[in-house]
Every structure is written in C-alpha cells, then in structure tokens.
Design a protein around this ligand. Structure first.
Ligand code: ADP
Ligand code: ZN
Length: 243
C-alpha cells in the first residue's frame, strides 16, 4: 500500500510521495505538539522516540542553533555568546528561524517543537504565526522532572556534534568512548553543560520558560506528564493524542 522508497531512491520528491500515498494513515494521527520542560527533562529523547513512531518531524531550536554555530553562519555568530553563557538567544532571532522552518513541507506530517517556545513573547508570536499558517496545535506537553534528577542528567550527558544523538556516561554510554554509535561523529560535553552554565540555565528556565505552563493551561492545551521514563512519556502522549 505505502510505496516506501529505498535509500538509493531518495531524492527530493520521493519522501513527499510517501506522505501523499499514506495520507489516510496520517490524517487521523498527525500530531502537532510542543514539548515543555526544564533543560534535561528529556524533551529531545521523547521527541526522537515519538517522531520515529509517527513520521512527524522534530524541530529543535537548540539543534538548529548549534548547527549554525558549528557552520559559523551569521546566526551562529550572533547566538554563540548567549548559548555558552546559558542565556536565552533573543526572541527576534528565534522567531526568524521558526517562521521559515514551520513553512517547510516536512511539517505537514506533523511536528514536535523541542525547546521552542521558551518565553511568553515567543509563545504569543507562535500563536499568531500558526493562525496565519492555518495550523492548529494538539497539545503542549509538560515533562515534569525533579531538579536533582535534572542536575545529575545534565552533568553526565554527552552529545554527538554531527547527528545530535544523546548519550549519558552513566546510563547510556557510547560503545567506544567519545565516538557516536550511530554516525561515528565526536561525542562531547556541550559548552553549556558545565556546572555553572547548567545552574544558570535552570534559573533562566524558572524565570522565563516555566510561565509557559500556565500560558498553555489557559489556552486549554496543557498536558502534564510525570516524566519517569521516556518510554512511559511517549506511551502517555500517544494515548492522549490518539497518535
Ligand atoms: P536544553 O533544552 O538542554 O536547555 P537546547 O538544546 O534546547 O537546550 O538549547 C540550548 C541553548 O540554545 C539554550 O540554552 C539557549 O541559549 C538557546 N535556545 C534554544 N532554543 C531557544 C529558544 N526557543 N529561545 C531562546 N534561546 C534558545
Ligand atoms: Zn552521531
């Protein structure tokens, strides 16, 4: 029924065909979600698990920014100082990125916003942007994790510089130290995952991002999930969204 293409077949038009052919499959299950939660709450891991199941796309502003820094683009140059200090990148820059990103074709199969919005102004501007695009959100999922768990997770977290795969020196180490299992890229501790930057990021989260929980509660979109394991979170989200 679905015309899966092989890797060799992959060209720009092929993935669209897959989406078109399986329209009936996606129609009922397309998910458009926001993932809320402190740094280290597991947004990235949950997003990767969910998108693997339903064919939606993970949009991580953190990944987009890190790629820009690595490539040394104008955006990267402007963002780096804020990121390394554990500060938020200005709303203006982020909204510029997201305006373009949400218009891309792959968003039609659903999307998961990971790390965006991060401030009330971003949430308000996103609301206007989605209304303009005629897109409706299904839910804003809040991953609730105790602070001590978060601190432990972040200091032991390691990230692949090439494919953004996430590892943990204690619970999910790479097979070969410092080398990505998936792509062979270098696996490192992020510049913003020193103790000092982490504690700054958690403060920034409490001050600027935590208010989004109430924002989305008022919008009638909030889904609170106790983030015990990533798998449990994924199961809860799928049950509640019918995904
Ligand atoms: P985490 O969720 O682990 O804190 P991210 O990968 O989402 O980290 O983001 C890393 C950094 O990128 C943030 O500390 C911040 O400087 C910047 N950033 C990412 N998304 C946003 C956003 N929506 N608004 C402002 N800054 C952002
Ligand atoms: Zn990798």
């Amino acid at each position: 029924m679905i015309n899966y293409c092989t890797v060799a077949d992959k060209n720009l038009s092929a993935p669209r065909q897959v989406i078109d052919n399986s329209q009936t499959l996606y129609e009922e299950t397309t998910m458009r979600l926001i993932l809320l939660g402190a740094p280290g709450a597991g947004k990235g891991t949950v997003a990767k698990l969910l998108t693997a199941v339903d064919g939606s796309v993970q949009i991580s502003t953190g990944d987009i920014l890190r790629a820009a820094v690595k490539e040394g683009t104008e955006l990267g140059k402007q963002a780096k100082q804020f990121m390394d200090a554990g500060d938020l990148v200005p709303d203006q820059l982020i909204m510029g990125i997201m305006k373009e990103r949400l218009k891309e074709d792959d968003c039609q199969a659903g999307f998961l916003l990971d790390g965006f919005p991060r401030t009330i102004p971003q949430a308000e501007q996103l609301k206007v942007l989605l209304a303009d695009l005629g897109i409706e959100l299904d839910a804003a999922v809040n991953l609730d994790v105790p602070r001590d768990v978060i601190l432990d997770r972040l200091t032991t977290r390691r990230t692949c510089v090439d494919c953004s795969a996430i590892y943990n020196v204690k619970s999910a180490p790479t097979k070969v130290e410092g080398v990505c299992d998936k792509c062979g890229g270098k696996v490192v501790q992020r510049d913003d995952e020193t103790e000092e930057a982490i504690s700054k990021r958690l403060d920034v989260y409490n001050e600027k991002t935590a208010p989004l929980v109430d924002f989305y509660r008022r919008e009638g979109l909030l889904m609170d999930v106790a983030a015990t394991s990533s798998e449990a979170v994924v199961a809860a989200i799928r049950e509640r969204t019918g995904g």
